[in-house]
Write a protein of this length. Structure first.
Ligand SMILES: N[C@@H](CCC(=O)N[C@@H](CS)C(=O)NCC(=O)O)C(=O)O
Length: 213
């Protein structure tokens, strides 16, 4: 199995980088320079026509979309138990949570951070305000789920949902209401921030903020 990850520090590639470290598999890492728009270079657009990260080259073929990559890696390395197998108890919750994070929460962050670039800059303020409300509603929902004191998003073991949710929580750190402002989410994140793989990915990506609270 061979892996080559294209990413950029603190972006959507972080969750994939983290899972690769957790899996302990060899991989090559290419950090793209967003300042020089390397993600829009012809060479990179051949791998990822959207010009976004992450892209993971899996045995020579590019795969995009962070959540899909996480689920693929979990499936290819079942010994790590980062997913819930078809037919196993908790499978529905796993699928529901992954799709909720990827389909509802992550695009709202895209709108928050890229309102000017992705659409008409004149309407960007309204887009950002709506995105903020959607992001806050999502953390409200996740907070309610964590209220039963479970250690991880899906119960008592770490899954791909934790890789994705923790990265998304990190992105809220400078927003009007950071994810850490919800009581149960904060308790969860305080535990996750002790995770050796998450700490290592912060170190490798040169990120000193947020990881220590
Ligand atoms: N749905 C995609 C979103 C990827 C995405 O928006 N990545 C951002 C960084 S977080 C990016 O590459 N931005 C550079 C750009 O749009 O030019 C995923 O989950 O992989």
């Amino acid at each position: 199995m061979s892996y080559v990850l294209y990413g950029s520090p603190s972006t959507a590639s972080l969750c994939v980088h983290w899972m690769l470290l957790d899996l302990g598999v060899p991989f090559e890492l290419h950090m793209l320079d967003f300042a020089s728009r390397e993600q829009r270079s012809p060479d990179y657009l051949r791998l990822n026509p959207q010009g976004r990260v992450p892209t993971l080259i899996v045995d020579g073929a590019p795969v995009t979309e962070s959540a899909a990559i996480l689920m693929l890696l979990a499936e290819r390395h079942p010994e790590a138990r980062f997913d819930v197998a078809p037919g196993a108890p908790g499978r529905a919750a796993y699928l529901q949570t992954m799709v909720f994070l990827a389909n509802s929460l992550l695009p709202s962050y895209r709108n928050w951070f890229y309102a000017d670039e992705d659409g008409d800059p004149e309407g960007a303020g309204a887009i950002r305000e709506r995105a903020r409300l959607q992001i806050e509603a999502a953390w409200e929902r996740i907070d309610a789920e964590l209220a039963d004191g479970r250690a991880f998003l899906l119960g008592d073991r770490k899954t791909a949902a934790d890789h994705l949710a923790t990265m998304l929580a990190r992105w809220s750190r400078n927003m009007p209401r950071a994810a850490t402002r919800w009581t149960h989410v904060k308790a969860y994140l305080d535990r996750m921030r002790q995770d050796p793989g998450l700490r290592e990915v912060h170190r490798r990506e040169g990120l000193a903020d947020w990881i220590d609270g």
